[in-house]
Design a protein around this ligand. Sequence first.
Ligand SMILES: CC(=O)N[C@@H](C)C(=O)N[C@@H](C)C(=O)O
Length: 826
Amino acid sequence: MTRVFTNTTTTSVWLSYFLRPPPSPSVVIPNRLSPFFSAHPKQKFSTLTAMDARVSVSAKEVSQGLDVENEEEFASQSTLLKEFASLSTIEKAWVFKSDNGGSSRAMFSVGQPNLLGNKKRTYMLSSHIARESNGSVSFQWAPFPIEMSGGSTIVPSPSGQKMLVIRNQENDTPTQFEIWGPSQVEKEIHIPKSVHGSVYTDGWFEGISWSSDETLIAYVAEDPFPSKPVFDGLGYKKRGSTEKDCNSWKGQGDFEEDWGETYSGKRRPGLFVVNIVSGDVHIVDGISKSLSIGQVVWAPKNDDSDQYLVFVGWPSDCGSEKIVRKLGIKYCYNRPCALYAVKASLPKSETDKLETKGDRTQDKTAAINLTQGISSAFFPRFSPDGKSLVFLSAKSAVDTGAHSATDSLHRIDWPSDGKPRMSHKLVDVVPVVKCAEEDCFPGLYCSSFLHNPWLSDGQTMIMSSYWRSSQVIVSVDVLSGKVSRVTPNSSASWNILALDGDNILSVSSSPVEPPEIKYGYSTEKKEWNWLDISSPVSKYSTKVRSLLSALQFSVMKIPVRDASVDLTDGARIPYEAIFVSSKTRKSGACDPLIVILHGGPHTVLLTNFSKNHAFLSSLGYSLLIVNYRGSLGFGEEALQSLPGKVGSQDVNDVLAALDHVIEMGLADPSKVVVVGGSHGGFLTTHLIGQAPDRFVAAAARNPVCNLALMVGTSDIPDWCYVEAYGGSKGKSYFTEAPSLDHLHVLYNKSPISHLSKVKTPTLFLLGAQDLRVPVSNGLQYARALKENGVEVKVIVFPNDVHGIDRPQSDFESFLNIGVWFNKHFQ
Ligand SMILES: CC(=O)N[C@@H](C)C(=O)N[C@@H](C)C(=O)O
């Protein structure tokens, strides 16, 4: 994670391969396809004037890789993209009860890309929430936000009286823990790197939990650095010699496996407790070093002095005798994991630690596996009365091998004496939904849980979940298992931020409406009402508002074309595509269309606001965002219909969605381009190979082009097997040493096997540090296209990982996508 927002400046390496003769250095009149220009002739004029005044360049002086023809286009489009790229996003919120009856206070964490600094700026904005006697609610905002500089994360204490600020530091500098009171820092604790490395704040292993008396904080941090061999002029230096000696150097020592993409070089997550009164830190005992730890919470206090912690543990061998290493975990919910309980206190003595039982020696402090009957358990949450431990499970993903699948929710009734046992009965609260009938609950698909997700009845949890192409907020009664959708039945998307007592603080947005805060309350009739809350963050510029007000969107149901073949019921149900277009149609002509494809393949593109998509639609394109079968949010059978059929079923689903909008008269078949990343790049490159006459241009971000190459270089070789062969075969065939037969199948399922048919000009955006789909995949395919005389442009971002989401790289990527598409419609 730290690598994503490093302070280093990105210098993009431009490898422009224009096989056509170099364009003449004439000034290009912005083409007719861009409504940005046609809708705002004055802006166009002023942009060009500004450009003329600022730069007067000869063809030779133009930036490397930027053809002169496109420079005007670059300048104009970047002005538009800047409008969207610098918008702020509300990411988290905390609500604190006020002493004063009906009111409360909220703190919002807001993120904004800092393009010049190439990192994300995070700031805090506070508000007072007042509930009036007439039932209305008003938010009074602090006049200015405050930037959180250098802070890795903040975690308020349960009472809201204290706040922990963690500052992870580079190199050998100790990690800083600051305990803040209402007006000042009350305590500062520096934890040297010899105790542990950086605290995990990645949103997955991350777990930072205050004890109920607010004296202890349990958290997850990297194990300390292992000692490394030291050498000097005479050779190896024995232990005890000083390592800081300038006549010696440290060797590398043994290679240590990490969790792959975005975790490169990160050491094992271990469990620690700090006492904020004494400043003492201890590593929690009794946990096998073969477990990676995350998501720790305190168990309810029992009568004993012992306090227990509950955490998630991931085995290093991914729970399989066959697998000898950690496999990539980012986007991969199929890594087995279990909930464990362990005593938080330091062992009192060795005799207390070891007790002889017959001929067996038992470690009384060893962590206990609480969820032995299930292959996956994470996001542990205790009910407010401490009687239930509720958790989410991705057992469907683990058991089938799909990297992500439908979740299920489970409960353990926590022992009344507070002492965890080996065998707890697991109660299924919300099972996996196999076949999601249209407009019915499709199952749970959660990417996070609130720290405190409970309503005051103590049995209702509130959470966000994907529901077909939208994100919605649902309530779940953990005793009855009843799930209810609490957000309106519109097509917009909703994300929960925090609970304010029994009320819900959330954000809602759509492809044509930027995020707005919504405050939900339940009426006496048990219906949810939602209030629009005006906030400084949602004061979007007039330009953004006017561009978006010209757009509309709808969610289309796309009938399954091959419904007659052998399919499960869930795989026959229509899938969806989000169609974004201009409200006004210009004299019967259709705007050009961009087909947008998500990766995974088991993810989904939601009906929420996307700055980059808003930019592309504001350029004058319609968008067709296809949630082909295999996407999250449509039930388990639809999802599981894809593994084994990648490169055919998903490709045909996209083509059927495209035909659907063409048949409806919403798109012109001669004006279609396509873009996708990762598995979406796999689809993009498959489409230009399998349907070479249908796309005017294409753009692929870190695309999977050759599974036979990826299998030997990616952090998730198992993914290649599962998606190519299907779950059960893929899992059993998986090996680190693929046979020739395997490589043959992997190659045949890949876009590279259709390469000879490709003629579509294609832009490649590649992250040189990508461990998921290493840069070699995109480069090999791009070079092969070039060899065949196809027009190709490649941009490699040297410091980017798979997401290519560092602010400057994201900006440069989408600017190039916009320019590339416009260029090929000229
Ligand atoms: C599981 C996974 O990471 N698969 C990749 C090939 C992929 O498509 N990733 C998605 C999540 C992406 O959008 O990057």
